[in-house]
Write a protein that binds this ligand. Structure first.
Ligand code: SAH
Length: 260
């Protein structure tokens, strides 16, 4: 095995052609930083119709994926000792950036995609983790799987041209990113803030932190749950300036900006 291996069990392998058209992810494939191995569930189906689904016991709408084909597909995959199996389900833990970071130190991820009304309950015991990509229901696990492959691959060394671009971005530190501008300086009467063209790097850094914090308070105050924020003089001042957004939750999940 070379690079990071994604092994995906899916009824719709063609959906993964998207990965060949996703910029940096395609480059990671070309550079052999990742391999995406697709395991077509249909090939493990039963009988001459290659049946993979059946009606639910107890009645109800739709079809449910049978356990045998998924187990057979799973058993056919060569597993590395440093591997995890993820099951795509809207009933799972909601995916966070810190999960992608945690998995990026593995060398293989096996992803099981559901379809139709879902899957037989006995499939759950194959999974190390059950993952949802948000509180909504899609028709299959392929788009969630592609999201994980995409998000994880951009964290692997060598994928992005400039690894610094990972440092400041939204959700890396639990804060959203500050506003970004590029040329032209004025566009439809909207001017780039003077500070960004001042050349004063210390002030730019501090302006960006302030904006990042304000933006998070405004849009996602649920992300600001660290006592550290409230202790630091800078954040106290910004919180005071923004006291209309003071409805944030209190918790201890994040540990960020210790230099504040
Ligand atoms: N009836 C099921 C939903 C089935 S949706 C239930 O209520 O739980 C069909 C398949 O799409 C699921 O098995 C899962 O693999 C995938 N899927 C749908 N929404 C998803 C989400 N938000 N996150 C991850 N996978 C999802």
């Amino acid at each position: 095995m070379s690079g990071f291996n994604f092994d995906v069990i899916t009824l719709f392998p063609k959906a993964f052609e998207l990965i060949n058209n996703l910029g940096v992810i395609t480059r990671a494939l070309d550079k052999n930083l990742i391999d995406v191995n697709l395991h077509d569930l249909r090939e493990y189906g039963e009988g001459s119709y290659r049946q993979v689904d059946d009606k639910p016991y107890g009645g109800g709408a739709g079809m449910v994926l049978k356990p045998e084909p998924i187990y057979k597909a799973y058993e056919s995959i060569r597993k590395s000792p440093n591997s995890k199996t993820l099951l795509m389900t809207p009933q799972g833990k909601v995916l966070k950036q810190k999960d992608l970071a945690r998995w990026s130190t593995l060398d293989q991820i096996i992803i099981i995609c559901g379809q139709y009304e879902g899957f037989d309950e006995r499939i759950r015991c194959l999974a190390d983790e059950e993952i949802s990509i948000g509180d909504y229901v899609l028709s299959g696990g392929e788009i969630p799987a592609i999201s994980i492959i995409n998000g994880l691959t951009r964290l692997l060394p060598g994928t992005l041209g400039d690894p610094d671009s990972l440092v400041d971005e939204s959700h890396n530190s639990s804060l959203l990113e500050y506003p970004q501008y590029t040329r032209p300086l004025t566009f439809k009467d909207m001017k780039v803030p003077d500070i960004l063209v001042s050349g004063n790097h210390e002030e730019i850094k501090s302006w960006r932190r302030k904006k990042s914090f304000e933006r998070t308070l405004e849009r996602r105050s649920d992300l600001i749950s660290n006592e550290n924020y409230k202790k630091s003089p800078q954040s106290k001042r910004i919180i005071k300036e923004n006291n209309q957004f003071m409805k944030f939750r209190i918790g201890n999940e994040y540990d960020i900006y210790p230099d504040w």
